[in-house]
Design a protein around this ligand. Structure first.
Ligand code: ADP
Ligand code: MG
Length: 277
């Protein structure tokens, strides 16, 4: 087994998860070993049903693993860690309809020992960062889907998590809004220096946003590839996506998702240091 590097924030070793019921047994994940450095932006892609959400739930301490272990900042994860926030796909259900935007964002801060003024400051800054300062007194149902998702993002960043987990957070919004939210997230990641683990089934989105793309195979999912994204740090929707390198990287990720063997003279190192022997 490899020793985690000193700047490792998240360490996942030999993680597996099965769902057992009287009707059927599902091996959702097997043998996942993955390390994520402090401050890194890592995307996880894979076909629907391959265990992406299961992986995030285990990392978030919301679901026990069947095998293996997760450590965050050196501490074994057995319950939701304090310095972690999650943005789910179904943000509509994650916001309280009877609370205002401000109250929704403030809620998780209540258990963190801030003063009232301290909380207010964090909430105002987070709403400002996602461009919703003027919607603070609105109710979620008065907002568009894209705005609701920005509320969910504001709630996560107000919390100042070391690790932000996102599960297909933009899949329910239209293409234009999606691009805006991607750029919003990229800006927040730079500004706050968080570590982000971002699940998506959209390969282009994974390549556009991340520094590394991890590919899960079909269930029972194992780690299929770990591809560094060596695009320039400054990205924009039109310029970055039209770079030849962007096209090469998305083709590589595509091939791995579809399980197509790589051309021999192409990047034999897609299986990387993170994959245990
Ligand atoms: P993904 O997020 O990649 O679509 P999931 O992690 O949601 O995949 O699911 C992985 C597999 O585990 C799927 O076959 C799914 O049907 C199964 N699964 C997920 N949650 C449960 C559950 N609570 N009970 C039984 N099977 C489940
Ligand atoms: Mg899922």
């Amino acid at each position: 087994m490899t020793t985690p590097a000193s700047d490792t924030l998240l360490s996942i070793v030999d993680l597996g998860r099965s769902y057992r019921s009287r009707e059927r047994n599902v091996d959702a994940l097997t043998g996942i070993t993955l390390s994520i450095r402090d401050g890194e932006f890592v995307a996880v892609v894979g076909p629907s049903g391959c265990g992406k959400t299961t992986l995030l739930k285990i990392v978030a301490g919301l679901l026990p693993a069947s095998t293996g272990a997760v450590h965050l900042g050196g501490q074994r994860v057995t319950e939701p860690p304090a310095d972690l926030a999650v943005v789910f796909q179904e943000y509509g259900r994650s916001l309280f309809a009877w609370k205002t935007v401000r109250q929704n964002v403030e809620l998780p801060l209540r258990h963190r020992g801030y003063t009232r003024a301290g909380r207010r400051g964090l909430v105002a800054e987070a709403l400002d960062a996602v461009g919703l300062a003027r919607a603070a007194d609105a109710y979620p149902w008065q907002l568009s889907g894209g705005m609701q998702q920005r509320v969910a993002i504001a709630r996560a960043i107000a919390y100042r998590p070391r690790l932000l987990l996102m599960d297909e957070p933009f899949s329910a919004v239209d293409a234009q809004t999606r691009g805006d939210l991607e750029d919003l997230l990229a800006g927040l990641w730079r500004r706050y220096g968080m570590t982000v683990l971002f699940v998506t089934h959209d390969i282009d989105e994974a390549v556009y946003l991340s520094q590394r793309v991890v590919v899960l195979g079909a269930a029972p999912a194992g780690l299929r590839a770990d591809i560094p994204i060596d695009l320039p740090a400054e990205r924009d929707q039109i310029g970055t996506r039209s770079l030849p390198r962007f096209g090469e990287l998305r083709a590589r990720v595509h091939a791995q998702v579809r399980g197509v063997p790589q051309h021999p003279d192409r990047q034999p190192s897609d299986r990387l240091e993170n994959v245990a022997p």
